[in-house]
Design a protein around this ligand. Structure first.
Ligand code: PLP
Length: 378
């Protein structure tokens, strides 16, 4: 059996090696390292894939979130509601822009932001909601868009973990995650579902005016050369990363299907284990692209399991071990523990197993047997 990895980027590279190597050589020979043709072509190809009117590439997924919020013109003191159970980047940029982060609880079955908790957190200062499509599963966008409409709030989708997922609305229509709200963001960090070989990110929107604003913001606030109309940033996807992403984008659906297959195998093997709750897919199967495959271990053995897997050379991760509302940087006296019941529980129960496009049946069998034997089935 091949050594098990949390993410197998070497294996994935082998299948697209010639194309990647060739296009990297082309970039180097052309010396169009910044804003070269590869970046523009990738932008168009991603627009087509997502069905988004505008894709604006940038340097990473954290910048993408920050720039989206700058583009919407959010002002210090504006309240922005987001999930307590997510990667810190989401809340970090809210705080950095001197907006007020308002963390709310998530749903136990999907790990995604709880629309009821959003409703309770709305005040006259609330300006935006940031749902995160956590672990690759679309958040409840029917409810979130309804709340946003009713209260006149912006929706900024953090789609760093969900690229390629489809959301199916109650009325039967379906849209790719990231293109549902006013603006969406993603990350091309190597381990993400569409990862480059370094850092990268992008912002999506169907709003022409917002796209125009954002294109200036990523480029030092310039709309005309050397005229700086707003305070901007320098945030670019470089041409080498764009060339790699162009080689990978046509494979994204196949990559996501490979993840789904692995998830199905895992879930089948854990089905009879009373102490394990497997990921729940709400609605259509393509609403989940399994950025992570995350179990809940309900008999208190999560930490011991982490250690046991490590001893058996099975990598795993705890995403996330501490709720954001308890992090030193984001503590706020307004937060009450009873409002974070689900996050407080999840941080003790969750464990993410190896998940990537190259997982083999034999590896999954070994992982699931090791987990089941240790956790105990009854
Ligand atoms: C990875 C990630 C980000 C940040 O992306 P970077 O490219 O690492 O800056 C933001 N939000 C979520 C939910 C992520 O998983």
């Amino acid at each position: 059996m091949k050594k098990i990895q949390m993410v197998d980027l070497q294996g994935q590279y082998q299948a697209i090696k010639e194309q990647v190597n060739q296009s990297l050589t082309e970039v180097i020979e052309s010396a169009a390292f910044v804003n070269g043709p590869q970046v523009h072509k990738f932008q168009e190809e991603l627009e087509n894939y997502l069905g988004a009117k505008h894709v604006i590439p940038c340097a990473n997924g954290t910048d993408a979130l920050q720039i989206a919020m700058m583009g919407l013109g959010l002002k210090p003191g504006d309240e922005v509601i987001t999930a307590d159970f997510t990667f810190a980047a989401t809340v970090e940029v809210i705080a950095l822009l001197q907006l007020t982060p308002v963390l709310v609880d998530v749903e136990k079955d999907t790990f995604n932001i709880d629309p009821e908790a959003i409703k309770k957190a709305i005040t006259p200062k609330t300006k935006a909601i940031v749902p995160v499509h956590l672990f690759g599963q679309a958040a409840n966008m029917d409810a979130i868009m309804e709340i946003a409409k009713e209260h006149n709030l912006y929706v900024i989708e953090d789609n760093a973990q969900g690229i390629g997922a489809n959301y199916h609305f109650k009325d039967g229509s379906s849209i790719k995650t990231g293109v549902i709200g006013d603006v969406g963001t993603t990350s091309f960090f190597p381990s993400k579902n569409l990862g480059c070989y370094g850092d990268g990110g992008a912002i999506f929107t169907n709003n022409d005016e917002l796209a125009y604003m954002i294109r200036g913001i990523v480029n030092h606030g310039m709309y005309e050369r050397y005229h700086h109309d707003v305070v901007g940033v320098n945030s670019r996807l470089d041409s080498m990363q764009a060339a790699i992403l162009r080689a990978k984008l046509p494979n994204l659906d196949a990559y996501n299907n490979a993840r789904k297959k692995a998830a199905e195998r895992y879930t089948a093997a854990f089905k009879d284990n009373k102490h394990i709750i497997t990921p729940v897919i709400l609605g259509e199967e393509d609403t989940h692209v399994f950025h992570q495959y995350t179990l809940r271990i309900t008999n208190g053995k999560r930490d011991a399991l982490v250690k046991h897997l490590q001893e058996n050379a099975i990598p795993c991760g705890v995403y996330y071990p501490i709720p954001l509302h308890l992090q030193k940087a984001y503590k706020d006296e307004r937060y009450k523990e009873e409002n974070f019941e689900v996050t407080n529980l999840l941080v003790k129960e969750v464990i993410s197993l190896p998940m990537h496009t190259e997982l083999e049946e034999e590896q999954i069998a070994f992982i699931t047997k090791t987990v089941n034997d240790f956790v105990g089935e009854s």
